[in-house]
Design a protein around this ligand. Structure first.
Ligand SMILES: [Zn+2]
Ligand SMILES: [Zn+2]
Length: 278
């Protein structure tokens, strides 16, 4: 499959839901996936996408990961990512890019699964490298580049932990992924004119019904429909795609309508296993 394609693996949040797993998506360029975040169920979603003929690549191709932050709904699938594709035949280590604390997290996962690793290496025909991960903690001016893609990161504002948004420049277009964040002063300039803006969101209309402590938390570290409409008016993306949606009882259409009342561009609310061609 040539060109570039975005596959939503998990559109969800920490709130477990019947039809959404937590956060993860893949940007594939010429059939090579770049994974963004790794919540629960992400590897299973890749298997489903493969089974349904949505993608040309497989779990064994998952060896580049960009983490927006280390909250569990974005990282709890990491052991699955390290060990399941390994059994499927992956022979390369995972290059994992992300915030401070990533190296320690990965080291502790390997320690937790030491018995699994030891037994597989001695009794299974598994690669010596396919379960390993190389952590790359992001510093100022981070830039990743290979022959297919260029990736930049922008510090996000998600409260008291390191967090990033990512911009993926592919030959077919540019994708910006917000991660979890409150709007930051630099984001609109940084994301301006992207082809696909994938952004987290909560319902401004439903916020007043939330308990006061949660209302304060969400206002402080996430982005409301109203704030996102204002951002989209500055950024003017080709398409705006909602993920990590906090619906709080609204339908996807109602959530989109909250944004569309202040923003005239195309807005879509993503579901797990949605595919978007660039
Ligand atoms: Zn989250
Ligand atoms: Zn978060």
């Amino acid at each position: 499959m040539s060109g570039a394609q975005v596959l939503i693996l998990g559109s969800g949040t920490p709130n477990a839901e019947a039809d959404r797993v937590s956060s993860g998506l893949a940007i594939a360029v010429d059939g090579r996936p770049y994974l963004v975040d790794c919540g629960h169920g992400v590897v299973q979603r890749v298997v489903q996408a493969r089974t349904h003929g949505l993608i040309s690549w497989d779990t064994t191709d998952l060896d580049r990961l960009f983490l927006t932050h280390l909250h569990a709904d974005h990282t709890v699938g990491l052991p699955d990512l390290l060990y399941t594709p390994w059994i499927h035949g992956r022979e390369t280590p995972v290059d994992a890019f992300g915030p401070a604390g990533l190296e320690r997290m990965l080291a502790h996962i390997q320690l937790a699964y030491a018995e699994n690793i030891r037994e597989h290496l001695s009794a299974h025909p598994c690669s010596e490298l396919g379960y390993q991960a190389q952590a790359h903690e992001l510093g100022a001016g981070f830039r990743y580049r290979d022959q297919r893609i260029e990736v930049q990161a922008l510090p996000a504002n998600h409260g008291d932990l390191d967090a990033f948004s990512y911009k993926f420049a592919t030959p077919a277009g540019t994708v910006v992924v917000s991660g979890d964040t409150k709007p930051t002063p630099d984001f609109a300039d940084w994301a301006r004119g992207c082809d696909l803006l994938i952004h987290e969101v909560y319902s401004a209309r439903q916020l007043p019904d939330r308990p006061p402590a949660w209302r304060a938390y969400h206002s402080r570290v996430h982005t409301s429909t109203r704030e996102l409409a204002a951002l989209a008016n500055e950024i003017r993306p080709g398409r705006l795609l909602l993920y990590h949606q906090l619906f709080w009882g609204l339908t996807p259409g109602e959530l989109v309508a909250e944004i569309s009342s202040d923003y005239a561009g195309e807005v879509l609310s993503s579901s797990d296993l949605d595919v978007f061609e660039l």
